[in-house]
Design a protein around this ligand. Structure first.
Ligand code: ZN
Length: 120
């Protein structure tokens, strides 16, 4: 295991296709550590996605997962909506934050983007 910060290892962010893409933007780690200090353990359900895997999983063409700046997360003991609201309040003017039925997407783009995919 390669430790990136107190609570996260590089392996948790690795592309799931086995290609080995495992870069992680440091700003993303900072956001996740800050979140974790207010919640509990965070499961990274999707970190990196190489171009190939992103295409196969139907991800957006310019997905921030491809450039190692995004994570889909599940926080034990909190609903995705609670985590979405928490992140939106903490970073009102930046980052991409999307809520889904089973997880929250967070990326560290410098502009602000929000979306809700719980009703589709
Ligand atoms: Zn891959």
């Amino acid at each position: 295991m390669t430790k990136l910060s107190e609570h996260f290892n590089r392996e948790e962010f690795e592309c799931q296709c086995g290609c080995g893409q495992d870069t992680v933007d440091y700003e993303l780690i900072r956001v996740l550590e800050a979140l974790r200090s207010n919640t509990g353990p965070i499961i990274i359900s999707s970190g990196n996605r190489c171009t190939k895997r992103n295409k196969a999983s139907g991800g957006a063409l310019k997905s921030f997962h491809v450039i190692s700046k995004a994570a889909d997360i599940i926080v034990k003991g909190n609903t995705p909506l609670e985590i979405y609201q928490y992140l939106d309040e903490r970073y009102p003017d930046r980052y991409g934050i999307g809520v889904y039925l089973g997880w929250v997407h967070i990326d560290v783009r410098q502009k602000k983007a929000r979306w809700d995919e719980t009703h589709s």
